[in-house]
Write a protein that binds this ligand. Sequence first.
Ligand SMILES: [Ca+2]
Ligand SMILES: [Ca+2]
Length: 212
Amino acid sequence: MKVITNRSFYYWLICIIWMIFITGCNNSLHNISNSQIINGDFETGDLTGWTVVEGDAFSNETVVDTATFWDENIPFQHEGKYHLNGVITGEQKVGKLQSSTFRLSGDGTITFKMGAARDIEKTYVAVCLAKTNDIIFKQPNTFFLDPGIAEVSQYDKGLAYTNNYADYAIYLPEYIGQEMYLLIVDDDSDGDFGFINVDSIKTYYVDGVAIP
Ligand SMILES: [Ca+2]
Ligand SMILES: [Ca+2]
């Protein structure tokens, strides 16, 4: 009788541990699927997963597979096939493009590529809290550097950043667990690189490694 009671005890103990394990796995899977924005690399070739919330600077036509710019064929240095090239609709156009909502997880790191966007007050990528729509972080293209001559060698040496992409990483560990979205902003209607290029947005990192 005593042996049966012990077996029963261990049977239920194993069941409880297994249920806790399964629940934990489900939670992990849920977090992973909600931690990356949809189409952050624009590889669908259009604005799938994105919403134009203001203006007419952004449309499906601004997602391009063009690899170089100007007659000098300077590489954009984008990732994959497609990227967001804000000049297509016209430099004078303004607008805001909102990503899908995600829950900041892992390290609290967000990375992306950005080009053009010369006016750091009017063109930038913003991080917003989903609950309040408050902007908690703004990243302008601080790498922008126009050497005044269109020579591929200047770009190859990292001495020029105009339409081509610079890499950005922002860290928001204090906001881990919160729902947020990104806003690509073009408030610049006066030209002179008054548009914004963006590609390869990654919003989920664990131990410094991007999780797909
Ligand atoms: Ca891409
Ligand atoms: Ca513009």
